[in-house]
Structure formats: C-alpha cells, structure tokens
Design a protein around this ligand. Structure first.
Ligand code: TXA
Ligand code: MG
Length: 315
C-alpha cells in the first residue's frame, strides 16, 4: 500500500512499521523509540534476534546522542560520505540504544542515507531503525514492487522509485586504531583512501576464523541475497549453449541462450543497480537454474557485486 510522506511520518511516530526508500535498498523502518514496532520488524522479516539493526538519522548531531565515543576519523568520514551508502559501527550509549537494536552488543550501527525522501522523513520522525525490506535470506528490495512481493499489499510503503545504488551500504568499524570494512557495499574500499590515508582492510566473515562465536558483522553469517533457483558460474562463452544466463548486454552468449541482462560489462554501477532485480526475475520466471557470467574485474564496486553473487551461488 503506497502512502505519502506525511502519512509515513505519522504512522512511524504512532509506532507502526513502514517501508522506506534509500539510495542503497529499501528499508523496513520503525521509530527508535517504539520497542513493539522494532520487535515487529524482526517477526515480519523472520530475522534472528542476534542480528542487529542500523540506526538511520538525518544529522550527525542526532547520531552523537546515541554514541559513547567518536573514534578518530569519524568526522572526516561523515563529512566525506554522509548522506550516502556508508554505515559506521560505533560504541553505543547502552542506556539509550535498546539491546534489541544492537543485539546486546556494546556497539550500534549508524547511517545517514542519501535518498531525498528518506532524509525528509527522518527530519520529521527522528532516528529510525531499518534493516533491508526483504524477507530474511531473499535478495534486498530495490523497488516498491519488490517490497510488496515479500510482504504483501498491506504493508505501508513510501515509494521512492528504483534505488540508484542497488546494493547495501558499506559497513566500517574502528578496530585497533584503524577503520576496517566488515561488509562490502556500495562504497568501495578504495574510496576511503583520500579521506583516511589508507584503504581499510576488508574483514568479512570469510576471512575470520571458522569457530568464531562473535563475528564482527553478525548479519554476514546468514544466508543472503539468494534466489530460489540454483545459480551456476558460467565456465566461458563457448561451452554452454542452452538455458538461461545472467550476463552482460555487450556479450554474445550464443543464439540459443536466454539472456537476463545486468547491463554493460564496463558499467559496474548499472550492474549493481540491476543485480537484485535480476535475482528476483529468475524466481518470477520460475527458473530452477541459471548460469551467471563472473568474468569481470575484482576491484572497486565489482568486488561487492562478486561477493553478493558468490553468496547467491553458495546459498
Ligand atoms: O544499505 C543498507 O545498509 C540498508 C539500508 C536500508 O540502509 N540496510 C541494511 O540493513 O542492509 P540490514 O539489516 O539488512 O543489514 C545490516 C547489517 C547486518 O549485517 C548487521 O549484522 C550489521 O549491519 N550490524 C548492525 N549493527 C551492527 C553492530 N553493532 N556491529 C556489527 N554489525 C552490525
Ligand atoms: Mg539485509
């Protein structure tokens, strides 16, 4: 159910949940002050309670109210990348941030999103917690239609069109005197170099030891981003000549292949924007398997695209 900005604000203030557009993906929002609504988010998504939520705000001043200490480099990062697709995990004021939001961790995650509607809404409501607006395990929603297909027509949605980034925010934490990336996202690690003077180390769950009990980014432990269909890496352009391939508009996969195009192979932004929509299309078409072309670089945004595809392949 599409609603206006005014209605979205008043429903959130009254303790309801509303789907909200951001430049990365849609979020399922609740007011930071409404515990029942926050609990409802976990239930509606089927999200484990040990997976904490990101607090979204419209200003740094609002964020500061919930943070214990601001690590070195915080203001430089905030100035460079907010509003935008960067989330920072910071020591939380544990009395102000409910344990429900931070899954009992001593930290909380914060972001100022770049979408104009999200910013306007946040200015009216104050901080909102929002995970991605998808059922746990499915690809994130990058349009209002995706949200509706996961949650049904009853969920109020503020429609902000198609998300321009199409991939979730990059999450960073300050550890041992350095910022470190704990989830690859729409902002590439290389983008941090001019701000911090170094490229943050990427420490995702894969790189941590197998028997860790407390991963840096709990959400990374769960199955993610996957369509129901089995995705298979395309070995090369010649050896497969039938079936469906998720690939690039400027490559020739052969006459017999059905191509679901992600966009041009020289435009990672376009690929990022379309990736989850194509994953969802594979299921809408009721395909049981599809090939996927992984012949692209490993740098910048491509690294995030590859990581999301690898997760979808692994299921
Ligand atoms: O782009 C985005 O980040 C989107 C939009 C809606 O802002 N949100 C999003 O939220 O992707 P979600 O809940 O799907 O993913 C949030 C991730 C999870 O992997 C969670 O474990 C991690 O953030 N996270 C949240 N709080 C954390 C904390 N205190 N320490 C470490 N990781 C945290
Ligand atoms: Mg998510």
């Amino acid at each position: 159910m599409k609603i206006s900005l005014l209605e979205a604000a008043s429903r959130l203030k009254a303790g309801e949940i509303v789907a909200v557009p951001t430049e990365t993906v849609y979020g399922l929002a609740a007011s930071i002050d409404h515990t029942k609504a926050i609990e409802e988010i976990f239930t509606r998504k089927g999200r484990p309670s040990n997976n904490p939520l990101i607090i979204h705000a419209s200003t740094v001043a609002q964020i500061k109210e919930y943070v214990e200490i601001l690590p070195r480099g915080f203001f430089d990062l905030a100035q460079a990348f907010w509003p935008g697709p960067m989330t920072l995990v910071l020591p939380a004021q544990v009395r102000r941030v409910s344990p429900l939001i931070r899954a009992n961790l001593p930290t909380a995650a914060f972001r100022i999103p770049g979408h104009p509607l999200a910013l306007e809404l946040l200015a009216q409501t104050g901080p909102l917690v929002m995970p991605s607006a998808n059922l746990s395990g499915l690809p994130s929603a990058t349009s209002a239609d995706h949200v509706e297909s996961d949650f049904g027509p009853g969920l109020p949605i503020l429609d902000g069109g198609k998300c321009t980034c199409g991939l979730e925010s990059t999450i960073a934490i300050f550890n041992n005197e350095r910022w470190q990336i704990i989830r690859l996202g729409a902002l590439s690690p290389e983008a941090f170099l001019p701000v911090l003077g170094y490229v943050p180390e990427v420490s995702t769950v894969k790189g941590q030891s197998a028997n860790i009990t407390q991963p840096l980014c709990p959400g990374q432990l769960y199955r993610h981003y996957a369509p129901q269909a089995t995705l298979l890496p395309l070995p090369d352009l010649q050896s497969v000549c039938q079936g469906t391939v998720i690939g690039f508009s400027d490559r020739n996969y052969g006459e017999e292949m059905q191509v679901l195009s992600l966009g041009r192979s020289d435009n990672p932004r376009e690929i990022a924007e379309n990736l989850y929509a194509i994953f969802r299309l594979v299921d809408d078409l009721k395909l049981t398997k599809a090939w996927i072309d992984l012949d692209f670089p490993n740098t910048g945004l491509w690294a995030t695209i590859r990581e999301r595809i690898q997760k979808a392949i692994a299921k």
